[in-house]
Ligand binder design. Structure first.
Ligand code: HEM
Length: 415
């Protein structure tokens, strides 16, 4: 047990210098309900900011927090010294979820990840596009005539869930069964513990997994499960934890991204018009919006002592890495807050999808989903605007995002 000292009644490990101690709660950065991005700017550190690039926050049982873009990116890529076993700063959450491949390290991670990467090969992702387009069209058709909606509940939270179910080959009627579970995954109301949520997801997925292991089809899960893990087949337990990772990793993240793309278009109707008139710009626009609106932060546990930024991260310490402070760091990107569809950066430069060994295996699928959404949204919907009487609401946490996005539009005459 590391020795601790007390500063203002708070227990601080002895190896943490006093000038690194802050009180910053990653679940509720100051002002996050109004603006996730502005809230995180309050803790930006590194050269020229007056704050160190690595601080120790006393919130959430105490953990390191990297605050400069360069340090975030380099620690994120350091899988040899920083394990992802811990999953989150919330005690016990890692043990409950036990995700594959997210919480694996070394060869174990390499072998399951390779099987998944083959299942997510770009030719398969492109083959899924017509199904994603169908889902987006169906949802747009359901709201287009209304002239207003709360976009998160009525669209953004439904789209990835329906896409997920379609891609794993679950019948359309089953969407209704999974919807309450999807709601709990993306908008937990406290009525289920994380264990109950995990078990409900596992129970829901179990028959599909068993069926796809016995009778592989053309769906995503069949493709991944028919790829070997190293030189052997997937075990049933691994298949369960992998599918759990897909479900928990591929919903909230896409919900947040679709919400933020739509918020951007509502605030910049000229971009809506541009993408409608020049749809060939949409792939580049998707890449830039994905860079500009990062909401995923990850937690790592040090497996050795690490000397960095003039301090020691002790073996066992947790380090928190927010992609928002990397992608919007002016030391890493020119005018980072500006959305420039011609920026032309490779998606590997930013950390919306992570960096290094654990970089998102669903990145190609997510990009395709965002492209398909932007194409359908800008072509079928008139420019939308924010409802002046109802505020946009956001939230912090490991996957930040929008909780309420009230939109208005003039119903097209053709509807
Ligand atoms: C815009 C949407 C998405 C964002 C922003 C996103 C972000 C991320 C990030 C930052 C990581 C790295 C986590 C880490 O380093 O600890 C990650 C990993 C992962 N993501 Fe995504 N993701 C998205 C969509 C998806 C989708 C659609 C799926 C699958 C259906 C998916 C499945 C996964 C999996 C399985 C991993 C673990 C990879 C590994 O550990 O090797 N993600 N994602």
């Amino acid at each position: 047990m590391a020795s601790v000292r007390e500063v203002s009644g708070l227990k601080i490990p002895a190896h943490v210098p006093a000038d690194r101690v802050v009180d910053f709660d990653i679940f509720s950065p100051p002002g996050v309900e109004q603006d996730y991005f502005a809230a995180w700017e309050t803790i930006r550190g590194g050269p020229g900011t007056g704050l160190p690039a690595l601080v120790w926050t006393t919130a959430n049982h105490g953990h390191w927090l990297a605050t400069s873009g360069e340090l975030i990116r380099s620690l994120w890529a350091d899988a040899a010294r920083l394990s992802s076993k811990v999953l989150a700063v919330t005690p016990g959450l890692g043990e409950v979820m036990d995700f594959i491949p997210l919480q694996q390290d070394g060869k174990e991670h390499h072998d399951t990840r390779m099987a998944m990467m083959r299942g997510f090969a770009s030719r398969y992702v492109m083959a899924m596009e017509p199904q994603v387009v169908d889902v987006a069209r169906e949802l747009i058709a359901a709201i287009r005539h209304k002239g207003s909606c709360e976009f998160m509940a009525e669209f953004a939270e439904v789209l990835p869930l329906h896409i997920f179910l379609t891609l794993i080959g679950v019948p359309v009627e089953d969407r209704i069964r999974l919807r309450p579970l999807g709601d709990q995954l993306t908008r937990p109301d406290g009525s289920m513990t994380v264990e109950q949520l995990r078990d409900a997801a596992d129970d829901y997925l179990a028959p599909t997994i068993a069926d796809r292991m016995a009778n592989p089809g053309n769906d995503l899960i069949s493709r991944i499960l028919s790829e070997p893990v190293g030189d052997r087949p997937w075990t049933a337990d691994e298949a369960k934890r992998m599918c759990r990772n897909l479900l928990f990793g591929g919903l909230d993240t896409v919900v947040a991204m679709v919400g933020l793309c739509t918020l951007h278009l509502a605030r910049h109707p000229q971009d809506h018009a541009l993408l409608r008139d020049r749809p060939e710009l949409i792939p580049k626009a998707a890449d830039e919006l994905i860079r500009r609106y990062p909401t995923v932060s990850v937690s790592r546990n040090a497996v050795v002592d690490i000397e960095v930024d003039g301090v020691t991260i002790r073996k066992g310490d947790i380090v928190y890495l927010p992609s928002v402070l990397h992608n919007l760091d002016p030391m890493c990107f020119d005018e980072p807050a500006k959305v420039d569809f011609e920026r032309g950066l490779t998606p590997m430069r930013h950390t919306t999808m992570g960096a290094g060994a654990h970089r998102c295996v669903g990145a190609g699928l997510a990009r395709m989903e965002v492209i398909a959404f932007l194409r359908e949204w800008t072509s079928a919907m008139p420019p939308v605007r924010l409802d002046p009487d109802k505020p946009v609401a956001m939230r912090g946490g490991n996957i930040g995002g929008i909780t309420s996005l009230p939109l208005l539009w003039d119903v097209p005459a053709s509807v």
